[in-house]
Design a binder for this molecule. Structure first.
Ligand code: GLC
Length: 532
């Protein structure tokens, strides 16, 4: 076996996150579904995607749009049912695409039979599947923990006189990961889906799961210094989360899952909002998760100095990270980076920066179109977090995928579950496909160039950064590939590139077959040069 052939399949893969409710509806009910995704697999393969992450498609009351699961082993009929998943997997694998699911096991739905049994029978075997506590000695909440979505992390159950813990909605009770029966249940669920053909999981809230066994109060953060992670209610951000999340015991769970995943040649990528690269790297080893998203860019406004330092530190800490700018939980990058054409250029510049770092590079649906935030009219909020803090609403990233101009945007023939978002014709796939200078084509060219140069670059793992580059210029080299990006708003002389330019964010005529040369980089222009 050659060295290249022995690399795991996710090495240098391109991932694409499908937020299933908003990607493609197939039956006119205004809600995206798996047959809809299947009908767009050709689009994803043509774009250059290797692995598709599907957000949760399991049976759910949809209080958090699928992140509240009431039956872990069945596909919700609203998403098309079990047969639709079988067809999707067969079609994806036929095209050479991998498909990963979403493992949401920090909590279940309160409608899950485990929780119903736990609540109805306090002395029964399911009680300990969840975290129940008596009121504090003087009455009231067991501790000071807050829910990510706002309010206390505890809800009182009058029947038993105890509280149960939920780090998200009251309808999302936290599972008790100190109970070996919970561990066994989830093993069996993973085995079920890996056996059915899923190629792995994105692990939801991967560093939550385990809580400190004594559930002590979390200390308050100093006034004026809220928790750096956004996407949470204001009260959650006032606490230092030392006891409720990121407990070291969680590594044992990940290691256990890793062994199972490896038996199936499956991939586990964690959702871990750990912004310290060294601490994040501890989750991602040969024995733990295969990869984790690095979230240093998903909350970021446009701050080139911070961004380049953060990415460099993360890439140095681990060669296995998953690079993302966006997901269904955060505002879209062009909006965070100043909006308009400049916001789109800045986002593309960072896609090029991410794309050649060792690890997996990810797109969230619509990033290839340069989409800004969708517009949500007043009174149409659907996200539970919007109730706690309207400025953190995740709906702006979840409006329907704009496939084509016209009512329903080619997403649905019916009434979409979220407003269309104020998209223009120029935002749509149909229009961008006809324009070689569009975001869509730039992304497609980028992914094609990436695939070809990484496949043939023998020293693809070595990464060196040029320290002498001008302030706004980021230059790094990986094997025979050089990436140069102007993160500033004035033109800059290009660095020596040594090799022909094989990707140029501003010039659609540059391809691997028709390379170019570059002397100056315009603001936010990004180029890739590679040995022939
Ligand atoms: C993750 C998901 C988010 C969900 C939360 C609770 O952060 O990405 O959408 O609300 O977990 O499951």
């Amino acid at each position: 076996m050659t060295k290249a052939a022995s690399k795991p399949w996710w090495t240098d893969a391109v991932g694409y996150q499908v937020y299933v409710p908003s990607f493609q509806d197939s039956d006119g009910d205004g809600w995206g579904d798996l047959p809809g995704v299947t009908s767009r697999l050709g689009y994803l393969a043509d774009l250059g995607v290797d692995v598709v992450w599907l957000t949760p498609f399991f049976v759910s009351p949809m209080r958090d749009h699928g992140y509240d699961i009431s039956d872990y082993r069945r596909v919700d009929p609203r998403f098309g049912g079990d047969a639709a998943l079988d067809r999707l997997l067969a079609e994806a694998h036929h095209r050479g695409l991998k498909v990963i699911g979403d493992l949401v096991v920090n909590h279940s739905s309160d409608q899950h039979p485990w929780f119903q049994a736990a609540r109805d029978d306090p002395g029964g075997p399911f009680r300990d599947y969840y975290l129940w506590r008596d009121p504090a000695p003087g009455g009231g909440l067991p501790n000071n923990w807050s829910s990510v979505f706002g309010g206390p992390a505890w809800t009182f159950d009058a029947r038993s006189g105890q509280y149960y813990l939920h780090l998200f909605l009251p309808e999302q009770p936290d599972l008790n990961w100190h109970n070996p029966r919970v561990v066994d249940e989830v093993d069996a669920i993973m085995e079920h889906w890996l056996g059915r053909g899923l190629d792995g999981f994105r692990v939801d809230t991967a560093a939550f799961l385990m809580k400190h066994p004594e559930l002590p109060d979390n200390p308050a953060l100093p006034p004026g210094e809220p928790h750096p992670v956004l996407g949470a209610a204001p009260e959650w951000r006032l606490l230092d989360h030392v006891y409720d999340i990121h407990q070291p015991e969680v590594h044992q769970i990940h290691a256990r899952w890793r062994r199972r995943a490896d038996r199936h040649d499956a991939f586990l990528v964690g959702e871990i909002y750990e912004l310290d690269p060294e601490a994040l790297a501890a989750f991602v080893t040969e024995e733990r998760l295969h990869s984790s998203f690095y979230f240093g860019l998903v909350d970021s406004a446009w701050d080139p100095a911070r961004i380049r330092t953060a990415l460099r530190a993360a890439a140095t800490a681990s060669p296995r990270l998953s690079w993302v700018q966006a997901n269904h939980d955060r505002p879209r990058p062009p909006s965070r980076y100043g909006g308009g054409a400049t916001g789109v250029r800045r986002a593309m510049a960072l896609h090029v920066l991410d794309a050649f770092l060792p690890g997996v590079t990810w797109l969230y649906q619509g990033e290839e179109l340069g989409l800004a935030n969708g517009v949500i009219p007043r009174g149409r909020a659907a996200d539970p977090l919007a109730a706690a803090d309207p400025t953190q609403s995740r709906d702006v990233a979840r409006t329907p995928m704009p496939w084509a101009p016209g009512p329903g945007l080619g997403f649905t023939t019916g009434e979409p579950w979220l407003p269309e978002g104020g998209r223009t014709g120029a935002d749509t796939v149909a229009v961008q496909r006809d324009d070689p200078a569009s975001s869509f084509h730039a992304m497609r060219r980028l992914l094609a160039a990436r695939k070809r140069v990484l496949a043939r670059s023998p020293a693809a793992q070595g990464l060196t950064w040029r320290d002498d580059a001008a302030d706004d210029l980021v230059v790094y080299r990986r094997g025979g590939v050089t990436v140069a990006i102007n993160l500033g708003d004035t033109p800059i002389a290009a660095p020596p590139l040594d090799h022909p330019v094989v990707f140029d964010s501003d010039d659609p005529s540059v391809t691997l077959d028709r390379p170019g040369t570059i002397t100056t980089l315009a603001p936010y222009q990004a180029v890739v040069a590679a040995a022939p």
